[in-house]
Design a protein around this ligand. Structure first.
Ligand SMILES: Nc1ncnc2c1ncn2[C@@H]1O[C@H](COP(=O)(O)OP(=O)(O)OP(=O)(O)O)[C@@H](O)[C@H]1O
Ligand SMILES: [Mg+2]
Length: 225
């Protein structure tokens, strides 16, 4: 599903140039459950940003479902980011003054479906992540794990085929982290989503189909090529 060929990403120029990714090639099959590992600064977030079409300042080519991201128009690229990919982050990025249903419905702003009811769709995905009893709660009334479930529901709103999660358990205790990983596993196994997760928590990832290890911008294991 994802094909990265010879991706190099440099921040800055001259003496201050930082190589975030160095000639990275990677294949991720449809339906895979991928873990990305590596120390701080090894390039994990940069790699995820390239896959998700959030970063285009690289050399090399990145394709998802055989579509080259660089050849997309701005409109196609934003459609790709909003419809094909669901992003999940460490810090949830929820809006404090909105309840769970409203936080999830925010994603309808990026969908092009007219006539569908955003509140109903929000409820559907909140039920999917196990939050049917928290529809009207604001983030301040939810635990960390519940907030991350809201964020995952928001990512699911537009029916993506790919979930990209950047340290989704970074702010959670071990038990809650396990539950969030289980949810991501279930989205992969039961809903057929391809899932790529950056995480340090190897023990929770017994079911990963592929572990990609980055060191200093290079893939040292698990590139699948
Ligand atoms: N916007 C930026 N400007 C300059 N350098 C950057 C920028 N973003 C990342 N870098 C550099 O690129 C390298 C890779 O960063 P990246 O954020 O991808 O690492 P990471 O593996 O996600 O780290 P962490 O585990 O701390 O999140 C680092 O050396 C970082 O300092
Ligand atoms: Mg990072």
């Amino acid at each position: 599903m994802i094909q990265l060929e010879d991706i190099t990403r440099v921040y800055g120029k001259g003496d201050s140039a930082a190589f975030a990714l160095r000639s990275v090639s990677l294949r991720v099959g449809a339906g895979a459950f991928v873990r990305i590992a590596g120390t701080s600064g090894s390039g994990k977030t940069t790699l995820l940003n390239v896959m998700g079409g959030l970063d285009s300042g690289y050399t090399g080519s990145a394709a998802v479902d055989k579509r080259d991201l660089k050849s997309m128009s701005d409109r196609e690229l934003s459609r790709f980011r909003n419809r094909t990919v669901g992003f999940v982050f460490q810090h949830f990025h929820l809006l404090d003054h909105l309840d769970a249903r409203q936080n999830v419905s925010v994603a309808s702003f990026f969908s092009e479906e007219d006539g569908s009811d955003p509140a109903a769709r929000a409820e559907e995905v909140l039920v999917r992540v196990g939050l049917e009893s928290k529809l009207s709660r604001r983030p301040g009334e939810l635990s960390g794990g519940q907030k991350q479930r809201v964020a995952i529901a928001r990512a699911l709103f537009n029916r993506p085929r790919l979930i990209l999660a950047d340290e989704p358990t970074g702010n959670l205790d071990t038990r809650t982290s396990g539950q969030i990983i289980e949810l991501l596993e279930s989205l992969n196994r039961d809903d057929g989503l391809t899932v790529v997760v950056v995480t340090h928590e190897a023990p929770l990832f017994r079911n990963a189909t592929q572990t990609v290890r980055l060191e200093d911008g290079r893939i040292v294991a698990g590139g699948g090529t």
